[in-house]
Design a protein around this ligand. Structure first.
Ligand SMILES: [Mg+2]
Ligand SMILES: [Zn+2]
Length: 186
């Protein structure tokens, strides 16, 4: 019998791929070492993998939604070549000054994902390189893991709420998550 597995929400830039700053060109996408393996581990454990990304570059006029889609497609393609699967990608395209409900740490993207995927956010995980990723985890009752890739190391200072775990990178985050799932509930 399959246990009802949780879901792993992943930030994109600085977590799965290098944060080059407002990435708009699919050819500029570089996977962070271990990202493919980490996502494969989630796939093998039957954990749904959903990417949640703030892409204010659209709202700022730096690039278009079509370019975001092209980068996301490239990401799925690069991962897929190594047998790693992403189940969904959702992003906020708003300018930070816009009063939207989907810019992390607000939970709008998770609500959007819930229309297409079944998951229990309280049994889920959010992995990202920013305080807003950990904040989102708090807001949906999930466990939040900060990775030190991307902006992670800089974000650690002055973070109001401690993450449940601080990982060197996404692969170490994956190892922690898999162990956490096996941990018996007290
Ligand atoms: Mg990020
Ligand atoms: Zn938004």
């Amino acid at each position: 019998m399959k246990t009802q597995a949780g879901t792993v929400f992943l930030d994109r830039d600085g977590t799965i791929n290098e944060d080059v700053g407002y990435l708009s060109d699919p050819d500029g996408l570089i996977l962070i070492e271990g990202a493919t393996k980490a996502i494969r581990l989630f796939n093998e454990r039957d954990l749904k993998v959903i990417v949640l990304s703030n892409q204010s570059g659209v709202g700022r006029g730096y690039y278009t939604d079509a370019q975001v889609h092209a980068v996301n497609l490239r990401l799925k393609d690069l991962l897929g070549r190594e047998g790693a699967r992403i189940d969904g990608v959702y992003y906020c395209n708003h300018h930070p000054d816009v009063d939207c409900q989907c810019r992390k740490p607000l939970p709008g993207l998770v609500e959007l994902a819930a229309l297409e995927h079944e998951f229990d956010s309280k049994r889920s995980y959010m992995v990202g390189d920013k305080a807003s990723d950990v904040g989102l985890a708090r807001n949906i009752g999930a466990k939040g893991i900060l990775v030190l890739t991307g902006k992670g190391a800089g974000e650690l200072e002055g973070m109001e709420e401690a993450p449940d775990f601080i990982a060197r990178d996404i692969l170490e985050a994956a190892a922690w998550i898999l162990a956490d799932i096996e941990r018996p509930l007290l």
